[in-house]
Design a binder for this molecule. Sequence first.
Ligand code: B12
Length: 144
Amino acid sequence: MECCFEWRKPSLSHHPYMCFSPHDPPCGPCGPCGPVINVTLRVENFLGGYNFSSSVNIVMNQQHLIVFLQKAADMREEFRFSASYGTYGYYIDTINGVEANYPKHETWWHIKNQDNVSLPLGSSCYIPSDGEIITYEFVKGAPH
Ligand code: B12
């Protein structure tokens, strides 16, 4: 697989919504980033239709959540996803064939942590911590 991350210059780090902050691990264009951490990813759809849940444990270098999601998709079919790239990086549209459509049905894939708190950043910007449990939950209409 090719290096998937756009390398953002440190000069962008002052921007509140950009990915790089002084707290980010030192991340090169292709190399591994922070220390090895243990993160659990979960995916849940209980909205009706095709209901499922799945969980996977990933041990790898600390880096952006999207890389953990890619790893999960490599490990388990239920995590296969599609995304559209925009101002804040990748917006997750579909997981395991379940497609969100906010304009039509107000559905979306909500990303939460183990305390049921909505992540303040999307998959391209958020960097998980060691021991964190992150859930992608298919929801309808709820704000973030
Ligand atoms: C409305 C909104 C949503 C709606 C979008 C509904 C829709 N499709 O119309 C919903 C509720 C679905 C949503 C979801 C999320 N959002 Co939101 N959202 C907003 C909000 C309040 C307004 C966006 C807007 O309408 N702009 C006006 C239009 C004209 O511009 P636009 O560029 O076309 O807007 C589109 C994008 O912003 C996109 N979008 C919305 N949220 C996100 C998040 C990410 C990561 C991406 C790539 C795109 C995206 O949807 C908009 C409509 O198509 C902004 C805050 C703001 N004031 O900008 C946050 C904001 C963009 N969202 C944010 C976040 C964190 C999320 C979530 C990751 C939250 C979560 N924990 O799950 C999820 C996305 C998860 C995923 N599946 O990838 C952050 C992004 C920060 C970052 N650097 O990553 C923002 C900036 C809020 C904040 N924390 O300050 N969001």
